[in-house]
Design a protein around this ligand. Structure first.
Ligand code: ATP
Ligand code: MG
Length: 485
């Protein structure tokens, strides 16, 4: 349990020199009585430098040359390798084969490479033949979370919450298209001019999305959310400062006592990670059914049934929506239902499930704060074509949703649970809510790191009685605000 309550570190005082106060600074002789010009701080901050890598000219030329050689060698390989036997070949055998064919082709071309260049070339050719070409090194880099390709010459990655431009490139758009094709055909899909975008799950579980020209204007756009084998657990997230131990103890009580929870946040803010971590509080004896567009959740419990929706094929047939899965799930005797992300018509069934005996269900939603999450739910109900007075929709939401957990990726790249809000009921036509915990920002360090701490807001939890009845007697100090120091 989360019994070690730690105090947050005091906010470091800024040592930055202060500009002299214009009212107290003594006038210089030359200025006489005239008011001195206070040194003026520019009103606007300088724009941050655009992301760039600037390899030296020579290096660029060498890379280009190697790229061309690689292309030639790749052709030679395709001509000489027995493609049918590739699947069975071991990495060692294949690399030996590649080296032999490459050495011969290089001799024919009259090109001499040093040892390091030859090793890199063999490795890259191996990735071209067997893997995903230039993307392979990024996929194998454990520090990289996301890979974002904007055309053949620009590949960004997210490392430690920050986006950075890499020096990895594709030879040209055709090369990029070939790799995209390789990825999507491996999962039985197709992407081309008439079918220019695709959303898929790679065999290792990574989430893959691509859009090709002419819809993608400057070359194909690809985004990959890498699958992490060891999803961050509650303890990891507390250690990373994603939320406090007090919040963890509260969330444990909330999930164990079967409150319906919505994790709300922006793109890539850590919604799925938080949902996954929260699910670890579910009792192992319960039957859980998960429904996702791309199966990402990794539940620890033994009794889990996983479902993944499927888009229709090129002829528009065979689609199975999240709503279809959800309707079916309700007939499969679940104790809890977890929907990876509620984004459309399935909202109706989700709310109904939460209201009718599948309490303790959870989902994520794309929204900026708790109030916004509620309006998103209202909009989804309206878009699903349900003719219901707004008040009726709201009262259904108010009784279905108990807790909204807001996660956010802050400007310094850190991901935090910025607010935990309880839905307490209806007051007239409005859904009433109370914030129980929040992340209090107090400033910025000179390195632009956010200074702040988690604090309770001081309100008594609406669910205290329920927690107590279920045996979760949370100590009152959990709900005491932490003073800024
Ligand atoms: N608190 C955290 N600290 C560090 N990394 C985190 C944290 N939370 C999430 N991540 C990492 O950030 C990435 C995005 O997280 P996640 O997939 O949970 O976001 P999401 O909000 O579900 O994104 P999307 O909107 O694309 O579905 C993942 O690689 C995850 O491992
Ligand atoms: Mg997600």
């Amino acid at each position: 349990m989360f019994s070690k309550y730690k105090k947050t570190a005091p906010a470091p005082k800024s040592n930055a020199p202060r500009s002299p106060d214009p009212d107290t600074a003594a006038p210089t002789e030359a200025e006489g009585d005239a008011k001195p010009e206070a040194p003026r701080k520019p009103l606007m901050r300088a724009n941050p430098k655009p992301a760039q890598v600037a390899p030296k000219d020579k290096e660029v030329k060498r890379k280009e040359k190697l790229g061309e050689i690689k292309l030639e060698l790749h052709k030679a390989l395709l001509d000489n390798l027995n493609l049918a036997a590739l699947d069975q070949a071991s990495e060692k055998d294949l690399k030996a084969e590649i080296t032999a064919i490459a050495t011969e082709a290089l001799e024919d071309m009259g090109v001499v490479l040093n040892r390091e260049e030859r090793t890199t070339l063999t490795q890259e050719l191996y990735f071209e033949v067997k893997g995903l070409g230039p993307l392979e090194t990024l996929l194998q880099d454990d520090e990289v979370n996301d890979i974002l390709v904007n055309g053949p010459k620009q590949i960004f990655v997210e490392r430690g919450g920050r986006l950075e431009l890499t020096d990895v490139t594709f030879k040209d758009e055709r090369h990029l298209l070939r790799i995209i094709d390789k990825i999507v055909s491996a999962v039985g899909r197709r992407v081309d001019e008439s079918n220019p975008y695709v959303d898929a799950r790679l065999s290792d579980g990574s989430r893959f999305n691509a859009m090709v020209p002419p819809i993608a204007v400057d070359g194909s756009l690809v985004s990959i959310r890498k699958f992490t084998q060891d999803k961050l657990g509650i303890e990891d997230l507390v250690n990373f400062g994603a939320f406090s131990e007090e919040m963890a103890a509260y969330l444990q009580a909330a999930v164990s006592t079967r409150l319906n929870v919505i994790v709300s946040g922006g793109t890539g803010s850590g919604k799925t990670t938080s949902l996954n971590a929260l699910s670890s509080f579910i009792d192992d004896a319960e039957r859980i059914l998960t429904i996702e567009d791309t199966a990402e959740l990794q539940l620890q419990q033994t009794h889990v049934g996983r479902m993944e929706s499927r888009p229709p094929n090129v002829e528009g047939k065979g689609g199975v929506s999240q709503r279809d899965c959800l309707k079916n799930a309700l007939r499969m005797r679940p104790d809890r239902i977890i929907v990876g992300e509620t984004r459309g018509e399935e909202v109706i069934d989700m709310l109904q499930a939460m209201n009718t005996g599948h309490d303790g269900s959870m989902t994520t939603i794309h929204a900026n704060n708790a109030r916004d999450a509620i309006s998103r739910l209202e909009n989804m109900v309206a878009m699903a074509g349900i003719e219901m007075p707004l008040k009726a929709v709201r009262s259904q939401i108010a009784s279905a949703v108990h807790l909204i957990v807001q996660v956010s990726r802050l400007q310094d790249g850190s991901r935090r649970m910025v607010s935990v809000t309880e839905v307490t009921g209806m007051e007239g036509d409005v859904i009433s809510m109370q914030e129980v915990f929040r992340y209090q920002r107090v400033g910025l360090t000179p390195e632009n790191k956010i200074i702040g701490h988690f604090t309770a807001t001081g309100v008594r939890s609406h669910f205290s009685e329920r927690f107590k009845l279920w045996g979760y007697d949370l100590p009152p100090q959990i709900f005491e605000p932490v003073a800024a120091q």
